[in-house]
Design a protein around this ligand. Structure first.
Ligand code: HEM
Length: 376
């Protein structure tokens, strides 16, 4: 009797230890290298290796820019990898979903029905990444919808400061192209942008969180004369600079000016979307915007949660497998929130009515231009 009690106690103790250490559900993949929580996820490792090598230039995030004297991480590459475009594609595929107008959401329709969807005005320039990703979908046994979200999550994991995004596997093939006019434009009003997102089930706070993506982003087409012009001074780092720099008073156009969807930016070499400018200043979104300015942890967790929701639009999560453990851990951030050199807090356009914009110190030295993100 005592022996039986002891045995049960030991078993309970052992299983509690196993559960605590997270080992209880892990299975070994046939490659002899990886373990995962669900065997179905093992098939993703060869795809992961392929896209890191052949789509993301060996695991890069994108060109790192310099804007003044503060030490920056070493510049490890000279070209824009396709990480930025792959992240943009996750959005343009997924937001093709409407409770009222149809669309299959994150279903890969932007690849499967690319001749229709890449012709939509809001999808300008997206054809390049669609063409780049297509051969990977053809080569691997994965749906276009899964591939787009997987590539986006893997790509973001290459960016210092990024959260480790979730990835769920199991999107069926798209049945139809999404309707036009579901992707927001940079010249849309805040009312129209929030209404569009609400029609996909996404809240104003989640919209602001998703704009963290513009921390690792550049524009090729808003002003065609200056391709690769970034939205913040650190397009190779997933930091909060976009939330700081968009709040600075705009003083110049980095290129020609007068382009639809563009407003003045504070820095030479930096472009500002009208939509980002307005979201930072609208009473419905300004306080949320400001709350990210020097709160990397909040931005990371809010972006991660909103990206999960975005990646599941139109999908039934209950039929999918959680393969989040296949996504690599992103490198940590080595820099801290700062005003670009030459700026001061007087340049911040306070918009939140209930709290002051956090006080942030400027980098030393004179103002410098933000270099463009070169093409890959
Ligand atoms: C109000 C909503 C949004 C608007 C109006 C908007 C608009 C734009 C525009 C106009 C560009 C520049 C395209 C070009 O000229 O090449 C851009 C780039 C980008 N957007 Fe957005 N965007 C929005 C939300 C999002 C979201 C939710 C994501 C992802 C979750 C995202 C990710 C990106 C990325 C990563 C780029 C950079 C692409 C590159 O560097 O090649 N955007 N966005």
């Amino acid at each position: 009797m005592a022996f039986a009690t002891l045995t049960v106690s030991l078993l309970l103790f052992a299983s509690a230890q196993v559960a605590r250490s997270g080992l209880i559900k892990r299975v070994a993949c046939a490659d002899g290298v990886h373990t995962v929580t669900n065997a179905a996820c093992c098939a993703l490792f060869p795809i992961l290796d392929d896209i890191q090598t052949n789509l993301f230039d060996g695991g890069e995030c994108g060109e790192e820019a310099r804007s003044g004297g503060m030490p920056r991480p070493r510049v490890t590459n000279t070209a824009d990898t396709q990480v930025h475009e792959s992240l943009r594609l996750t959005f343009h595929d997924a937001i093709g979903f409407s409770f009222t107008r149809g669309g299959g959401g994150a279903d890969g329709s932007i690849i499967t029905f690319d001749e229709i969807e890449t012709a939509f005005h809001a999808n300008g320039g997206i054809d390049d990444i669609v063409d780049a990703q297509k051969p990977f979908v053809a080569k691997h046994n994965i749906s276009a919808g899964d591939f787009i979200q997987f590539a986006g999550a893997v790509g973001v994991s290459n960016c210092p400061g990024a959260p480790r995004l979730n990835f769920f596997l199991g999107r069926p093939d798209a049945k139809a192209a999404s309707p036009d006019l579901l992707v927001p434009e940079p010249f849309d009003t805040v009312t129209s942008i929030l209404a569009r997102f609400a029609d996909a089930g996404i809240t104003p706070a989640e919209v602001v969180a998703l704009i963290a993506s513009h921390s690792i982003a550049a524009s090729d087409h808003v002003d065609e004369t200056i391709p690769g012009t970034p939205f913040d001074s650190t397009p190779g780092i997933f930091d909060t600079q976009v939330f700081i720099e968009v709040q600075l008073r705009g003083t110049l156009f980095p290129g020609t000016g007068g382009n639809q969807g563009e407003v003045q930016s504070p820095l030479r070499g930096e472009i500002r979307l009208q939509s980002d400018h307005d979201l930072a200043r609208d009473s419905r979104t300004a306080c949320e915007w400001q709350s990210f300015a020097n709160n990397q942890a909040k931005m990371q967790s809010a972006f991660k949660a909103a990206m999960l929701k975005l990646s599941l639009l139109g999908q039934n999560q209950a039929n999918m497998v959680d393969c989040s453990d296949v996504i690599p851990n992103p490198p940590s951030l080595k820099t801290s929130a700062h005003l670009p050199a030459g700026e001061n807090m007087n340049s911040i356009e306070q918009a939140c009515a209930t709290a002051a914009f956090p006080s942030i110190t400027a980098e030393p030295g004179p103002a410098t231009a933000v270099p463009p993100v070169p093409p890959s």
